[in-house]
Design a protein around this ligand. Structure first.
Ligand code: HEM
Length: 125
C-alpha cells in the first residue's frame, strides 16, 4: 500500500472476483464489543474497523488466530494500517497526527476493505 508494502493490482483495489456485499449497516458498536470479535470465539467472528467503520472479515483466515493479520482483529486498526505496521500498540483508532502519505495509505485500505468486506456497523464515539 506504500513503497514499503505490496501494491494490490489493479490500482483501484478491486478484487478479481468482487463479492456480493450486503447493504452497509450503521449499528453502533463500542470498542469493548468490537474487541470480542477477534476471531477467538467458537464462531470465529472477526471484525476490523477502519476510521470507525466496522468490517466483517470473518471469511479471511489471515485475520483469525494464527493468521498474519490477526493482530488487527477486534480493533480499530486505522493507525497500524496507515503506518504499514503490525505492532499491537499501533492497532488503535488515532491517526489524525499522521502525515498526508500515511493518511493516503489509510484511505487506500478503506477502499480495499470496502470492496471486499461487509460493513456491519460504526464504532460508537
Ligand atoms: C514482508 C511484508 C509483507 C508481505 C510479503 C505481505 C504480503 C501480502 C500479500 C501477498 C497479501 C495479499 C494481497 C492481496 O490479496 O491483494 C497481503 C495483504 C494484506 N496485507 Fe500484507 N504483506 C506484508 C506486510 C504487511 C504489513 C506491514 C501490513 C500492515 C498494514 C500488511 C497489511 C496487509 C493487509 C491489511 C492485507 C489485506 C488482507 C485481506 O484482507 O485480504 N501487510 N499482504
Amino acid at each position: 500500500m506504500s513503497e514499503t508494502h505490496h501494491e494490490p493490482e489493479p490500482k483501484n483495489f478491486a478484487p478479481k472476483d468482487p463479492p456480493k456485499l450486503d447493504p452497509p449497516r450503521d449499528d453502533p458498536i463500542s470498542l469493548e464489543e468490537l474487541a470480542r470479535y477477534d476471531g477467538t470465539g467458537p464462531e470465529k467472528r472477526a471484525y476490523v474497523a477502519i476510521k470507525g467503520t466496522v468490517f466483517d472479515v470473518s471469511g479471511k483466515d489471515a485475520y483469525l488466530p494464527g493468521g498474519g493479520y490477526h493482530v488487527f482483529a477486534g480493533k480499530d486498526a486505522s493507525r497500524a494500517l496507515a503506518q504499514s505496521s503490525l505492532k499491537p500498540e499501533d492497532c488503535r483508532a488515532e491517526y489524525d497526527d499522521l502525515g498526508d502519505k500515511e493518511k493516503t495509505v489509510l484511505n487506500e485500505w478503506m477502499t480495499f476493505f470496502s470492496k471486499r468486506y461487509n460493513i456491519v456497523g460504526k464504532v460508537q464515539k
